[in-house]
Design a protein around this ligand. Structure first.
Ligand SMILES: [Zn+2]
Length: 468
């Protein structure tokens, strides 16, 4: 109520002011002050082929967004009901991509460390390839998670979730990651419970010794916090075979990443998928790609896929050692599975709804009405392309995915070819930013962004939506 009173008095003062200074404009000024009638939708993506695995949609549909949420998905929504309509015929419209294996705890200045220089600032690598959510894969442990949160998570536009490392010091290199005494379940679980919905799993990685301790303690922490464990199984050791890991040590819902690395016996000596992995999948263990700089080989992936051992989720393992090597970005990893014969529907499912479910984030990775409006517009380009693995071996391909438009929380955050922008000659000679803050995070005109005080109408800021 109080806000209404304040707004009213601002308008009244402005009216009097107008009257005394510009009496001739009396007939115009009340109209000029009236906000345009609110539209049903802020943003409408029209005519694209929607792929939404959760809702079993793979057909041409319009997608409408209002207040940062999906408002409607249907054939032939009316463009007149939308503040902004973007025509996307011939393109694919999917949920924002969810990359559950990335390394983003940078900025500490620590050399040679994933809690430092080896990680990347996520915003430089995400929206341009359609990724709206990443899960950091264990860069921080319970000792430095809060530093990671304030340094990166809270300051990024990308939605960042995290697997907390079972190592208290996180992924700071050998001295720390091989220290069995710093792998404590209780403080790890405690930190995870302090940040539910942000810490979505426990990670164990890079262990070289023969002991099961890192896995056992990670599972213990995951059980206490009721979140899954993601395993990078480190050095392959006969004392702890991968078959035993996925058939005995891990729980259903735990995640085995780097599944096509070939480094820990994912294929048996005869070149077939390790029967233990098949058994593990039957138990409900999840298999994730985690391509990275050293965890994807054609000679492992191709025979595995031919035998039907597909990944549950596609992820990058993005870091400074992978991003310019065989692994380029999320779309490049998706391209590899298209090249191996998976359908686009399947590849999108494994990059959206599947990973969201794996980390128990059921609100992400789909386009249900009411869901967070993270939406991507993709183009399938055809031509002659090459895709390389961790050893630099190439597979030729004839199609690749390009990201045309990325929408996060209902606003355009990336637009490769300006499909949401006006042609410049249609604008006034002295044009300024022409977007509207209801749908545009890139070039909103002053006063169009809901929840800011810059508006002309004297509106007070609404409480901003929660970040996640
Ligand atoms: Zn990794």
């Amino acid at each position: 109520m109080r806000r209404g009173v304040v707004s009213f008095s601002v308008v009244s003062v402005f009216s009097c002011f107008t009257f005394y200074l510009f009496p001739f404009s009396l007939t115009e000024s009340p109209q000029a002050q009236q906000a345009p009638a609110p539209k049903t939708y802020d943003l409408l993506l029209k005519g694209g082929h929607v792929i939404d695995a959760r809702n079993r949609i793979s057909e041409v549909r319009d997608v409408a967004i209002k207040d940062g949420k999906i408002a409607a998905v249907a054939a032939n929504l009316n463009a007149a009901d939308a503040l902004k309509t973007v025509e996307v015929p011939g393109l694919y419209v999917t949920p924002g991509l969810v990359d559950i294996h990335a390394h983003t705890y940078t900025g500490t200045g620590e050399r040679g460390s994933y809690a430092g220089d080896n990680s990347v600032y996520p915003d430089g690598f995400t929206f341009r390839v359609g990724v709206t959510t990443v899960a950091d894969a264990g860069c921080a442990g319970w000792r430095n998670f809060e530093d990671f949160k304030q340094r990166i998570i809270d300051r990024s536009k990308t939605r960042i979730l995290a697997f907390i490392n079972i190592v208290g010091n996180g992924m700071r290199g050998g001295k720390f990651e091989q220290d069995l005494t710093d792998m404590e379940a209780a403080p790890t679980a405690e930190m995870a419970k302090r940040f539910p919905g942000l810490i979505v799993g426990v990670k164990t990685a890079h262990y070289q010794g023969p002991e099961w301790t890192p896995v056992e303690h990670a599972v213990e922490a995951g059980t206490m916090a009721n979140i899954p464990v993601m395993v990078d199984f480190g050095t392959g050791r006969p004392e702890r075979p991968v078959a035993e890991l996925v058939t005995k040590k891990l729980r259903p819902g735990d995640i085995y990443t780097h599944v096509y690395s070939g480094l820990r016996g994912e294929l048996d000596p005869s070149g077939h998928v390790n029967p233990g992995l098949i058994e593990g999948r039957k138990r409900g263990v999840i298999f994730d790609v985690g391509h990275g700089g050293g965890s994807f080989l054609w000679r492992v992936a191709v025979p595995a896929i031919k035998e039907g051992f597909l990944p549950d989720s596609i992820s990058t393992d993005l870091h400074i050692g992978s991003m310019n090597a065989g692994m380029k970005d999320m779309l490049n990893v998706m391209d590899k599975f298209l090249a191996m014969g998976l359908s686009l529907d399947d590849v999108v499912a494994k990059s959206t709804w599947n990973p969201a479910r794996e980390i128990k984030q059921d609100g992400l990775g789909h386009l249900s009405v009411g869901a967070v409006a993270d939406v991507v517009v993709l183009r399938v380009e055809t031509g002659r392309f090459g895709l390389t693995d961790m050893n630099g071996a190439r597979m030729d391909s004839t199609q690749r995915l390009m990201c045309e438009l990325t929408v996060k929380d209902g606003k355009v955050v990336y637009d490769l070819n300006g499909i949401s922008r006006p042609e410049w000659r249609t604008l006034p000679p002295d044009y300024g930013p022409a977007g509207d803050g209801h749908w545009d995070a890139l070039n909103p005109a002053r006063g169009t962004t809901p929840g800011t005080q810059r508006g002309r109408g004297g509106a007070q800021p609404a409480a901003g939506p929660a970040r996640r």
